[in-house]
Design a binder for this molecule. Sequence first.
Ligand code: UD1
Ligand code: MG
Length: 450
Amino acid sequence: MTSSPHPRAAIILAAGQGTRMKSPLPKVLHPVGGRAMLDHAIDAAEALGCERIVVVVGAHSPEVRAHVEKRLGEDAIAVQDPPLGTGHAVRAAEAVLGDFVGQVVITYGDVPLLTAADIEPVFAAHDGVTVIGFEARDPAAYGRLVMDGDQLAAITEAKEASPEVLALTACNSGVMAAPVGLLFDLLREVRNDNAKGEYYLTDVVELARRRGAPTRAVFAAEDAVMGVNAQAELAQAEALFQKVQRETFLAAGVTMPAPETVHFSYDTEVGGGTTIEPYVVFGPGAKIAAGARIRAFSHVEGATVAAGAEVGPYARLRPGADLGEGAKVGNFVEVKNVRMGKGAKANHLAYLGDGEVGARANIGAGVIFCNYDGFFKHHTTVGEAAFVGSNSSLVAPVAIGAGAMVGSGSVITRDVEPGDLALGRGQQTAKTGWAARFMETMRAKKAGRS
Ligand code: UD1
Ligand code: MG
């Protein structure tokens, strides 16, 4: 990262217990748009150019710690134990930030919709304390922003507020930025003689004013700063996230007759001119080129779909599915870790796992790539323009040569040479007139009984 004249660091608070989620999964690891809320917060900090990111975790959640360690390394972790308030949480990061000099922004692991663009204005000034406020529809328990002209006089927590202050609708999002030295100097002065007996981060505003340091508020949309405390709020955050994704894709030229039924992930890519039919779900890692068609009720995750390809209805593309131009994957077909060449087709009821299907090859209904022997996964290769008859099992590792054919109902355990026909099934025999004689006898038996 290039060194900027005003280096930035982020402290992400994630030490809360999240008990109201009533879930064994730590709150900040719950996903929005297929990505852990904490990762959304880290993404925003990275996009802001923060050269140091510290996540404050509680001693009660080793999973959060492990998650941060995996993504950012051990140097990004500060432990707050026990949690004694937001001011106390920020202080826990001081030692970890070490000799960092620059602006520090404080954000939250449970505020998943807040983007770098929403946070950016908090860095407009490089002196004093700046907070991100919002106009609350229902200010309820939020801290109120008490203004003095264009300066922020104080943030008053709802529990400490007079009726006049409670009537204010400008509220504190919790996001705050300040020069690192000033921030920690002020935090050392914060006391916990308040209604909750906690060290409030918000107290630094008044303390800064007392020193004559500027204190400002910038504003963001209420939806952007929403925090998640319970499952209903997680669902609400997801709904807001999906709404933005749908609007973005519609604006980019994606055709969606029922956008409200389509679910995207944080990283879904869809080119303009692609049609997404109703009730399609995109898990993480889906890349759909311009001019593809994803038909109704399909589930697509970790898959790449080229122009002119068609998926579904009722198809499942799993990680590593890679559909070439004009390829077709039809109803009740599951594709995992298989590259399908140009114009290759698997139109009905098949499982294609771990392999390759050449251009223009045709995979019949009910074909299974038997990729797993109970211990290891193996590859299946189907050559260009090969034809695999319905209800065949290709027992991997196995290769079907280009232009070869496999007769319906075959179990293929050995490679098939290009241009050959392979048959791996019981041979058909015929007993002349047997069925007619059998039915006659049985009909007579039944008539005798009635
Ligand atoms: C805080 C703000 C309030 C603001 C509101 C926005 C303070 C004192 N108040 O209130 O002005 O309107 O957020 O939602 O800052 N956390 C820790 N360690 C702690 C305490 C909290 O990591 O010891 C984390 C929590 O996990 C949570 C966040 O900080 O993500 C906010 O804490 P919370 O206790 O919910 O603060 P509020 O009372 O909601
Ligand atoms: Mg809260």
